[in-house]
Design a protein around this ligand. Structure first.
Ligand SMILES: *[C@@H]1O[C@H](CO)[C@@H](O)[C@H](O)[C@H]1NC(C)=O
Ligand SMILES: *[C@@H]1O[C@H](CO)[C@@H](O)[C@H](O)[C@H]1NC(C)=O
Ligand SMILES: *[C@@H]1O[C@H](CO)[C@@H](O)[C@H](O)[C@H]1NC(C)=O
Ligand SMILES: *[C@@H]1O[C@H](CO)[C@@H](O)[C@H](O)[C@H]1NC(C)=O
Ligand SMILES: *[C@@H]1O[C@H](CO)[C@@H](O)[C@H](O)[C@H]1NC(C)=O
Ligand SMILES: *[C@@H]1O[C@H](CO)[C@@H](O)[C@H](O)[C@H]1NC(C)=O
Ligand SMILES: *[C@@H]1O[C@H](CO)[C@@H](O)[C@H](O)[C@H]1NC(C)=O
Ligand SMILES: *[C@@H]1O[C@H](CO)[C@@H](O)[C@H](O)[C@H]1NC(C)=O
Length: 376
């Protein structure tokens, strides 16, 4: 049974009034009953009503909600175990501000995109080709402070700026998420990161499709993070960092994924003259094609840009595993296959790496065996 139908059927069985929309169910229903209610919200008051009714609804259905300009669709006070379902088109008014457009927090939360549902940021209203600069652009989806929760089949379209921020989460599973910023390729989308992950433990992103104009995934800090069965297109690839400023990335796995038509395939960025740590990161079974800049780039001299100056030792990269990287002819002729610039890299595993089509990098440094900048 579709989860929504199931919820509705259960609600009906329990003989709970299904209010639609519910302005303030806490007033009209005893809390014990209301807690079992499925509440549906729509239109331009839907976001405010949903925020006001968080504690009263076991299931919150957001059906064709139009969020007013400058307002966050704020679901950060949900009861444990709440289900949030997006239906139809969710849209936002235009304003220059930092956002986020949606924020969801809580324990044992299930966020579900119904079939065909789209959260449409209509980002072209902000896109000016300047990304972080230029017009002030709202970030889209804040998944902060979610514990033991899941986000399933959510489709984000045309994000003004960064798409999904995962921060301070524990045991969050994201399945089947789409970030569709394809329009940004021709309409000035920039810095539209897919997933930015920080300060989180136990994050699994399975089956994501990201079409954008910056990192597909960037893990800045945290531990036990897995990205698998993903597709990245148009952006900057699968990234660690940048790390430096005391942050640590520990035990991250990118596996069984494709990076196509992007600036980079794999990129590990440690900042020069900073401290931090990058350890136990694995890239396994990654297919790369149509890469313009670097197939694989691992650098300890990141400084607001790739490969700037001398590498430094303060952000060691240890226990890195790069295996089964399928990139035969995957780098464009103007690009570079593999660049590694290290001052403190050790204990790497490197096998089954085939990245060709571009140039060899002439300035590799401190490459720990068995890694190599030579392609095969
Ligand atoms: C959502 O918007 C699209 C146009 O962007 C429209 O074709 C579609 O019918 C809308 N869906 C709903 C459920 O309103
Ligand atoms: C998106 O913005 C354009 C103007 O740039 C406007 O014509 C259109 O109606 C907007 N669509 C939505 C869904 O807000
Ligand atoms: C997260 O999951 C791990 C492994 O299942 C478990 O040991 C841990 O207690 C969970 N943490 C929280 C905060 O739920
Ligand atoms: C490698 O990843 C691809 C997806 O890119 C998947 O179809 C394939 O089954 C994976 N291979 C192995 C050996 O797991
Ligand atoms: C790192 O610090 C050294 C010494 O102060 C300086 O010469 C160098 O330019 C710095 N590197 C970067 C990339 O900022
Ligand atoms: C190295 O990384 C692998 C994969 O994450 C992990 O299983 C292993 O425990 C790590 N070893 C050390 C010494 O950290
Ligand atoms: C190099 O990395 C090791 C850990 O692998 C660390 O203990 C050491 O302090 C680092 N060296 C410098 C000069 O930062
Ligand atoms: C490298 O691996 C060896 C053997 O597993 C281990 O003793 C050493 O501590 C590791 N070094 C680092 C910096 O992780």
């Amino acid at each position: 049974m579709h989860p929504l139908s199931q919820t509705l059927a259960l609600a009906a069985l329990a003989a709970v009034a299904v209010a639609s929309p519910v302005a303030d169910p806490a007033v009209t229903q005893p809390p014990s009953l209301a807690k079992r209610a499925t509440c549906t919200f729509s239109g331009s008051n839907g976001a405010s009503q949903a925020s006001a009714s968080q504690k009263a609804c076991a299931t919150i259905v957001l059906s064709n909600v139009d969020v007013p300009a400058g307002q966050t669709l704020d679901l950060t006070s949900l009861n444990d175990g709440t289900t949030v379902i997006f239906e139809g088109n969710t849209t936002w008014g235009y304003q220059e501000w930092l956002g986020p457009l949606v924020s969801i927090a809580g324990n044992f939360i299930t966020v579900q995109g119904a079939s065909g549902a789209i959260l449409n940021g209509n980002g072209s209203r902000w896109w000016d080709g300047k990304g972080d600069k230029g017009k002030v652009k709202p970030k889209f989806f804040a998944a902060h402070n979610l514990q033991s929760s899941s986000i399933n089949n959510v489709y984000l379209k045309n994000t003004p700026h960064q798409a999904v921020s995962i921060n301070s989460c524990t045991n969050l599973t994201v399945t089947g998420m789409t970030v569709d910023d394809k329009d940004g390729d021709t309409q000035g989308g920039h810095n539209t990161d897919g997933f930015d992950i920080g300060s989180s433990t136990g994050v699994v992103i399975d089956g994501a499709q990201v079409y954008n104009q910056d990192d597909c995934v960037a893990v800045n800090s945290g531990t036990n993070i897995i990205f698998k069965n993903g597709l990245c297109s148009g952006g900057h690839g699968l990234s660690i960092g940048s790390v430096g400023g005391g942050n640590t990335v520990d035990t991250v796995r990118f596996q069984d994924s494709q990076v196509i038509n992007s600036d980079n395939g794999i990129r590990v960025k440690a900042k020069a003259n900073q401290t931090g740590a990058i350890k136990s990161v694995t890239y396994s079974n990654i297919t790369i094609s149509g890469i313009a800049n670097y197939g694989i780039l691992i650098e300890q001299n990141y400084n607001n840009g790739d490969l700037h100056g001398q590498p430094t030792a303060g952000v060691p990269i240890t226990n890195l595993t790069i295996q089964q990287i399928n990139g035969q002819g995957g780098v464009k002729s103007g690009g570079t296959n593999i660049a590694i610039v290290c001052a403190n890299c050790s204990n790497w595993t490197w096998s089954g790496v085939t990245v060709t089509g571009g140039k060899d990098y002439g300035s590799c440094q401190g490459v720990p065996a068995p890694a190599t900048c030579k392609t095969s």
